[in-house]
Each structure stands twice: as structure tokens, then as C-alpha cells.
Design a protein around this ligand. Structure first.
Ligand SMILES: [Cu+2]
Length: 321
């Protein structure tokens, strides 16, 4: 019994085509990754404003650097096939199809090995990245798995409600303000909660995104690295004006923050007294937060004291007939 006189790998020109494609792909991948690494990677969002934002940008860049050679592999093969194996080249006989790839052990092993290694490597990388950067700016619930190592941590509470965010600073007397200011080079411990429906605190440029759920204290960490303004958006459909539920936060110098916080604490002291005491969650009553934001019959006479009273009314009372 003689050996197969024409095994798939010995097809005319097969090795030389394979070598050509490999060389083109290798050059394109190296050049593409170098260009991306030096020209694009430094600008990949969300930027370098905090530890978690930096980590996000690096992770995105790593995904790009791995994905580009895959993309170039597909393009190189397509381009090569169009040039060398198309039927309509003038004066050249139409190419005869090569051996079927099906059943080719080399291709099967290479395909399964390469894709498995790529996917598993990225899975391990992503998992490690999530851990090493203390939750990567995502909400970790009331008992975080990963905590920062910094000696000093500034707690800031984020309170979401239809349709705005307010912020409480428990280490400055618990004042509540619509302005989010945080100091630079400081680890911030965000405590995110909601007074009504589900929202999501998405502070884009500092790489923080945490669900804001009623009766939940969702903790997210980041360490600020650059001065500037960042955008805060609600990232969970929460009703009619969800799209308008955004504001801006500021990373300022430590001295500027200290001055702002102590001044605001003094200015707002008379109002802070009227607020519910600082807590990690606030249970709303049937008609919204029980902070005087909505009319509440528990403060009127006769006092019902019932948070689910159906005689609470919005706006002007109905004229009696
Ligand atoms: Cu919302």
C-alpha cells in the first residue's frame, strides 16, 4: 500500500501561498499593533482621570491589541484570495479548487488551539484585572469583595431619585448637596443608593459605574489621579426624565476640597438638621422620600402617620363640590 501521492499540504503552490499570507499577516499585525499602541492607546476612553479609569483604558487597549491581529488575519486572507484566486484575471486559466480543508488535522488543531488560548487568556486577564483594581469601579454591594489599600478613604454617598443625584458627605457633618466635588490623589468610597426606583450612578471619566437601588448600599471605589470635570449620568432606565438625569462632578486639589467641604458644611448646617440622619439607605414612603420633598399627611392635621395613606395629595387640593 503506497502513501497518498498528493496529500493536502503538498498541493501545488500551497506552501508558498501559506508562507506569503503568513508574512503579510505578520507584518500587518506588528505594524498595526505598534501604531495602535503608540498613537491610539493613550487616548482610549474613559481616560486617565482615576485609577479605575486608567485600568479600564489599559484593558480596552489590550483587547484591541489582541483583536487587531485576528482582524488582519481575516483581511489578509480575503485580500490575498481576491488577488490570486479570483476567476476573472485576464489571460490566466481559472484556478482549480484546492483540497478541501475539512478533515485537515493541522487546520483543526491550530483553529481549536488558537481560539481556546485567546479566549481563556482574556478570561484570566479580565478576572485578574477585576480583582487587582478593587472592583474596577463597579458597585460591589454592601460588603465589597475587593477593598482598596489606601490608608485614608473619603466616603461620599450618592443618592439617586427621579430625576437627579444628590451627594452626602458623612465625614463633614452629613450635608447633602447637588454638587459632587472630590479631592485629587484620594481614594473615594462611593456609597450608592436610591430613594425611589432603580437608577445607576455612572461617573464616566473616573471609571465608576454602580447600580443605585432603593434600600441598598452599593459600594464602589476609585482613586482620583487628574484634576478636571467628569460627567455623571443615570445609566438605568428610570422613568420619563431618565435622559435628563445627569450632572457634572469635579476633581479638585485637596486644599480646595477641604475649603469647599468645610464651608458648605457650615452653610448648610441649618438644612442638614432637617434631613434624616445620615444612613447608608433611606426607606422611602409611598409617595417618595420622606424628606419633605413631597406633601405628606404625616406632617398635617389630622396626622395619619400612615406612609401608605391614600389621602396624600400632590399640588392643590381638589375643590369640594
Ligand atoms: Cu435614573
Amino acid at each position: 500500500m503506497s502513501a497518498n501521492p498528493n496529500p493536502p499540504s503538498a498541493s501545488p503552490g500551497g506552501d508558498h501561498h501559506f508562507r506569503n499570507i503568513l508574512v503579510i499577516w505578520l507584518v500587518a499585525s506588528v505594524v498595526g499593533d505598534l501604531l495602535f499602541g503608540f498613537l491610539v492607546a493613550p487616548h482610549v476612553p474613559p481616560g486617565r482621570m482615576s485609577s479605575t479609569a486608567t485600568s479600564d483604558s489599559v484593558d480596552f487597549s489590550v483587547l484591541f491589541l489582541v483583536a487587531l491581529p485576528v482582524l488582519f488575519g481575516v483581511w489578509t486572507y480575503m485580500g490575498y484570495a481576491l488577488v490570486h484566486w479570483r476567476a476573472s484575471r485576464p489571460g490566466v486559466p481559472e484556478p482549480v479548487g484546492g483540497p478541501a480543508a475539512r478533515g485537515n488535522l493541522k487546520i483543526q488543531v491550530a483553529w481549536i488551539t488558537i481560539t481556546t488560548v485567546l479566549v481563556l487568556a482574556l478570561f484570566v486577564f479580565g478576572t485578574v484585572e477585576l480583582g487587582l483594581t478593587a472592583g474596577s469601579g463597579g458597585g460591589e454591594g454592601p460588603t465589597p469583595i475587593w477593598t482598596p489599600t489606601s490608608a485614608t478613604v473619603l466616603p461620599v454617598q450618592v443618592i439617586a431619585q427621579q430625576w437627579r443625584f444628590t451627594y452626602r458627605y458623612p465625614t463633614f457633618g452629613g450635608f447633602e448637596t447637588p454638587n459632587l466635588e472630590i479631592p485629587i490623589n484620594t481614594t473615594i468610597e462611593f456609597h450608592v443608593t436610591s430613594l425611589d426606583v432603580i437608577h445607576d450612578f455612572w461617573a464616566y471619566q473616573i471609571g465608576v459605574k454602580a447600580d443605585a437601588n432603593p434600600d441598598q448600599d452599593n459600594i464602589a471605589f476609585t482613586t482620583t489621579k487628574q484634576l478636571g470635570v467628569f460627567t455623571v449620568r443615570c445609566a438605568e432606565l428610570c422613568g420619563l426624565w431618565h435622559g435628563a438625569m445627569y450632572d457634572y462632578g469635579k476633581v479638585v486639589s485637596k486644599s480646595q476640597f477641604e475649603q469647599w467641604a468645610t464651608t458648605t458644611e457650615k452653610q448648610l448646617a441649618p438644612l442638614t438638621k432637617l434631613l434624616p440622619a445620615f444612613a447608608y439607605t433611606y426607606t422611602p414612603d409611598a409617595n417618595g422620600a420622606d424628606g419633605g420633598f413631597y406633601p405628606d399627611t404625616s406632617n398635617s392635621s389630622p396626622k395619619t402617620g400612615d406612609p401608605y395613606s391614600n389621602v396624600e395629595s400632590y399640588g392643590a387640593s381638589t375643590p369640594s363640590s
